[in-house]
Design a protein around this ligand. Structure first.
Ligand code: FAD
Ligand code: SF4
Length: 564
């Protein structure tokens, strides 16, 4: 077994990986930061620990933040906890990669298996809004057939939910985020127009476009969750390219500036810098609330329902760490599936040098996409599954890191390579990996700063995963070469953790049902990327948010029937 310990984000030095820090809770005493006005506050309903709220939600990212809004707007009392701070983007965020390192979840995690996954900036965030605060805003729907990929495409596993059921919720999420997209997106089911016009495609995007056209495959501008025209107090995108380090203009439609203000307005309390360590169980086999650490002490919030939405590592970790006499293997884990079938998106990239200036740092990093191989079912492929690839836009620090790590360049050689930075363009895939039982999250004996067992992530690619990556490198090379790229080289990366609490129709073969409700503990729910039974070939957050919107509606339907 390989084992690697990663303690800090990719950026920064060990011990103190960032300059961006908030030490005390801000959402407290009946008010929360107003993310749209510097130094201002909005009133926020607050609950005492002894008030039994309808829902305690752990995590306020793509899943938890969206659900908090939906449930509060449906009239439920909600407290949503986040281990990280409540950022004020207009004041806290700087155009400085190292400063922004505080956005990432950098607590100690052990990563192992044959292909240990780098953990840090490229997968999970910590703070109100979750990873959407530093995500790159690609907002793509799943291919409809992927929900029935076993029955229709002969691989993977069917989801318990169909595209038809989710389609109205994709629309709801796209409306909430005011996605800017093209009039005719060339793949997937015919759809109504995106809420806002597409952004102009930047130079690396035009490289992808030129290459795709020359080899005869389709491409498209990427539908993005950043504004192409003003929205309330938020300005449109100014194409400064810092998206993966937090957007200081509020053009990015993260959960922090969309669903969270709506949730607070509807009466939800957001409890920042509040790390949930354990879900408490009653003698009747129902959850009774959560233990959380805030302001240096442990507290207990009573709740009628608990929703876990902490991302694909922290969600299984919390369920496993909540083991008790009644549930000695952890909560919702009678069949031993909690933490298993973790998937990533594989992400090899291909880079080339161009005669003309590209200046890849301008504008959001990924502005053009081809989903050609997501929709190609020909038997010419030697793998099953899917991948898309997008144009890339690393900033200078990230680019230097990429070159140094992947090509071993250092000193003068690295300096020389950096002088070509403005002439480089690259492509990277979002590649499906198979759900494998032994790719999993477990907990260790070692404890973190809260005294909680730390997680271990074990991951190995399957042979099919490797064939898919090899194929994708070939197709990215053809596109870059056709576009005029020279001196091509390949790097390796990963993104987007999913799975670990998969949903299904069969209690013996899944952790929760299609509504995210645990099979064994009726008032325990999961609402984040850990629900995914398969990984698909596009970025996950729009699907997570569509599932959360649907879950909110389902809960509102079930409650009056006494089904919670
Ligand atoms: C650099 C980067 C770029 C990305 N780009 C895209 C993209 O372009 N498009 C796309 O679709 N997806 C993208 N993603 C992925 C996307 O951001 C995630 O898949 C999505 O946010 C996951 O949603 P989630 O609800 O599972 O978790 P998150 O959004 O990560 O939210 C989890 C939250 O829970 C909190 N939390 C965890 N455990 C606890 C606990 N015990 N107590 C209290 N709080 C807790 C965390 O602090 C965090 O804020 C990107 C991700 C990264 C890192
Ligand atoms: S490019 Fe647009 S979305 Fe990205 S950080 Fe700048 S303003 Fe925000």
């Amino acid at each position: 077994m390989h084992g690697l310990v990663r303690t800090s984000a990719t950026l920064g030095k060990p011990g103190k990986s960032t300059l961006l820090e908030v030490e005390a809770p801000r959402a407290i005493d009946g008010r929360a930061p107003d993310v749209f006005r510097s130094g201002a506050w909005v009133p926020m309903r607050t609950y005492s620990d002894s008030e039994e709220v309808d829902f305690a939600i752990v995590g306020t990212g793509a899943g938890g933040g969206t659900l908090a809004c939906k449930l509060a707007e449906a009239g439920f009392s909600v407290v949503a906890f986040d281990a990280g701070p409540f950022w004020r983007p207009l004041e806290d965020f700087a155009s400085d990669e190292r400063w922004q390192g505080g956005l990432y979840w950098t607590d100690k995690r052990i990563t192992g298996g044959a292909d240990p996954v780098e953990l840090g900036s490229n997968n999970s965030g910590r703070g109100v809004g979750g990873s959407t605060v530093h995500y790159t805003m690609i907002a793509l729907r799943w291919r409809p057939e992927w929900f029935e990929c076993k029955s229709k495409l002969g691989y993977g596993r069917d989801w318990p939910i169909s595209f038809d059921e989710l389609e109205p919720y994709y629309e709801e999420a796209e409306e909430a985020l005011q996605i800017a997209g093209p009039i005719d997106y060339p793949w997937g089911r015919r759809r109504k127009r995106y809420p806002r016009r597409s952004h102009p495609v930047n130079a690396p995007g035009l490289v992808l476009a030129r290459g795709c056209e020359r080899i005869g495959i389709k491409w498209s501008p990427v539908p993005l969750a950043t504004l192409s025209s003003p929205r309330g107090m938020a300005h449109p995108c100014v194409y400064r390219g810092f998206c993966a380090y937090g957007c200081s203009t509020n053009a990015k439609q993260s959960v922090l500036v969309t669903f969270i203000p709506r949730a607070i307005n509807a009466g939800a309390e957001i409890r920042d810098l509040a790390m949930v360590g354990k879900i408490e169980m009653g003698k009747d086999g129902r959850a009774t609330g959560v233990h959380y650490h805030r302001n240096g002490n442990w507290h207990f919030q009573k709740a009628k329902n608990v929703v876990v939405a902490g991302y694909a590592i922290e969600t299984p970790r919390l369920l496993l760490n909540s083991k008790c006499d009644q549930f000695p293997d952890g909560l919702a884990n009678e069949n031993g599936l909690v933490g298993t079938h973790i998937m990533i998106h594989s992400g090899p990239g291909v880079w080339g040098t161009f005669d003309e200036q590209i200046r890849q740092y301008k504008a959001p990093p990924c502005m053009a996409v081809t989903e050609h191989w997501n929709y190609d079912d020909s038997d010419k492929k030697d793998f099953h599954g899917a991948y898309a690839f997008m144009s890339q836009g690393p900033l200078a620090v990230g680019w230097a890191q990429c070159v140094a790590i992947n090509r071993g360049l250092w000193g003068m050689k690295l300096r020389e390579e950096m002088t070509r930075y403005n002439h480089v363009a690259g492509l990277r895939i979002v590649g499906e990996t198979e759900p494998q039982h032994d790719n999993r999250i477990t907990v260790e004996d070692e404890k973190d700063q809260y005294g909680l067992p730390i997680p271990r992530m074990t991951f190995s690619y399957s042979d099919n995963d490797k064939r898919l990556m090899k194929h994708s490198i070939g197709s990215m090379k053809s596109v870059l070469e056709a576009a005029g790229g020279k001196e091509l080289w390949v790097d390796d990366d990963t993104s987007h953790l999913m799975g670990g609490c998969r949903m299904g129709d069969d209690p013996s073969d899944s952790v929760v049902d299609k509504d995210g409700q645990s099979w064994s503990i009726p008032n325990l729910w999961v609402c984040d990327g850990s629900l995914f039974p398969t990984a698909g070939g596009v970025n996950p957050s729009l699907t997570i948010q569509a599932l959360a919107c649907r879950m909110g509606d389902r809960i509102a339907e079930m409650a009056p029937r006494g089904e919670l």
